[in-house]
Design a protein around this ligand. Structure first.
Ligand code: XMP
Length: 319
C-alpha cells in the first residue's frame, strides 16, 4: 500500500536524523508492536539497535526460540536474551492472589530489563512500541481515575539513572496500520497476525500458584489448541484463543487404569475492542478433536472444558 510505504520511508529517515550515530535499546516482547518497532529501527540504523528479550518462563511453547529465529537468524539483529525463569518462578512461589502475581511479574520484568539495559553503557535511546490507542488510553487514565480491574504491565520502562531519550516511531499508528507496516518490513505473517498475549503471560492463565510443572503442561495443551484452530481455519476468525490451567484434579479412566489428573479450560473469544467479548461458537467436532488430542498427548491432563462466558461479566483472561 502506497501510504504505508511512504510512512516507512519517512519514519526511517526521521529515526536516522534523530539517532545519528547513537546506540538504541528496545525491549522486545514478541508481540506485534515491539516487533514492528524493532524491524523499523533496524532498517534505519542496523547494528546501532540492540533488542532485549526477557524470558520469564511463562511464554507460549517455543516462543523464545521463535523470537531468536526471526530476529537474530533471519533479520540479523543484535538480540540479548535473558533467561529469567528461575527468578520469576522463585518470586512467585506460594503466591496465589492474581493482583499480587501481576505486581511481582511486572516488577521482576522491569528489574531484569533495566539490569540488562545498564550493561549497554553506550545507549542513548530507549525505543518503545507505543501505538496510538496506548497514547489515548494513558491520557484517559491520567485524567479520570479509572477503576483498576487488573493492573496491566508492558515491556520497557526507563532506567531512571540512565538518561535515555524515548524513541517511539509508531506512536501515530493504529493496530491495522502497524500490521501492514510489519508485513512491509518482512516480518512473518504469523507473527504479524498473532493473537494478543498478556504481559504476565501464562502467569495469569495458571490459576493460583504458578509452578513450572503446571506451565509445562499448559504450554503443550495451548499449542495443541492453537494448532487445531489454525488447521481448521478458525485462528484468524477469532480474536483471541488460549488454554487455561486449573490446579484441581478429577478422576478419569484411561485404558484399564484410573487417572487422577488436572483440568484444562479452553477460551476463545470474538471482540473488536477487548472491552466486551463474546465466546466463540466453535464447531463441536473441532472442540472434540482438541480435547482428545490434549488428553492423549499431555500426560497429567485428563479433562478439558470449554469456557462459555462473555465479557462482561467474565473477563477474557481468568486472572
Ligand atoms: P481482560 O482479561 O481484562 O483482557 O478481559 C483484555 C485484553 O487484555 C489482555 N491483557 C493484557 N495485556 N498486559 C497486556 O499487555 C497485561 O497485563 C494484560 N492483562 C490482560 C488480555 O489478553 C486481553 O487481550
Amino acid at each position: 500500500d502506497w501510504e504505508m510505504g511512504n510512512f516507512a520511508k519517512e519514519a526511517i529517515e526521521e529515526i536516522r536524523r534523530k539517532v545519528g550515530k547513537d546506540e538504541v535499546i528496545l525491549g522486545l516482547s514478541g508481540g506485534v508492536d515491539s516487533s514492528v518497532t524493532a524491524a523499523l529501527i533496524h532498517r534505519a540504523v542496523g547494528d546501532q539497535l540492540t533488542c532485549v528479550f526477557v524470558d520469564h518462563g511463562l511464554l507460549r511453547l517455543n516462543e523464545a526460540e521463535q523470537v531468536r529465529e526471526t530476529f537474530e537468524k533471519n533479520m540479523g539483529m543484535k538480540l540479548v536474551m535473558v533467561d529469567a525463569s528461575e527468578k520469576f518462578l522463585s518470586d512467585l512461589k506460594g503466591v496465589t492472589d492474581p493482583e499480587k502475581k501481576r505486581k511481582i511479574i511486572g516488577r521482576d520484568f522491569v528489574e531484569c530489563f533495566q539490569s540488562e539495559a545498564k550493561k549497554l553503557t553506550g545507549a542513548k535511546w530507549l525505543a518503545q512500541g507505543t501505538i496510538y490507542p496506548d497514547v489515548i488510553e494513558s491520557a484517559a487514565a491520567n485524567t479520570k481515575k479509572a477503576k483498576v480491574i487488573k493492573s496491566h504491565h508492558n515491556v520497557g520502562g526507563l532506567p531512571p539513572d540512565m538518561h535515555l531519550q524515548l524513541l517511539e516511531p509508531i506512536r501515530g499508528l493504529f493496530k491495522d496500520e502497524v500490521r501492514e507496516l510489519g508485513l512491509q518490513l518482512g516480518l512473518p505473517r504469523e507473527m504479524v497476525f498473532r493473537h494478543p498475549f498478556p504481559g504476565p503471560g501464562l502467569g495469569v492463565r495458571i490459576l493460583g500458584e504458578v509452578k513450572r510443572e503446571y506451565a509445562d503442561l499448559l504450554k503443550r495443551a495451548d499449542a495443541i489448541f492453537i494448532d487445531e484452530l489454525r488447521a481448521a481455519g478458525w485462528y484468524d476468525k477469532v480474536s483471541q484463543a488460549f488454554a487455561v490451567f486449573l490446579p484441581v484434579r478429577s478422576v478419569g479412566v484411561m485404558g484399564d487404569g484410573r487417572t487422577y489428573d488436572y483440568v484444562v479450560a479452553l477460551r476463545s473469544v470474538e471482540t473488536t475492542d477487548f472491552m466486551t467479548a463474546k465466546w466463540s461458537q466453535l464447531p463441536y467436532d473441532l472442540l472434540g478433536k482438541v480435547s482428545n488430542r490434549i488428553i492423549n498427548e499431555v500426560k497429567g491432563i485428563n479433562r478439558v472444558c470449554y469456557d462459555i462466558s462473555g465479557k462482561p461479566p467474565a473477563t477474557i483472561e481468568w486472572e
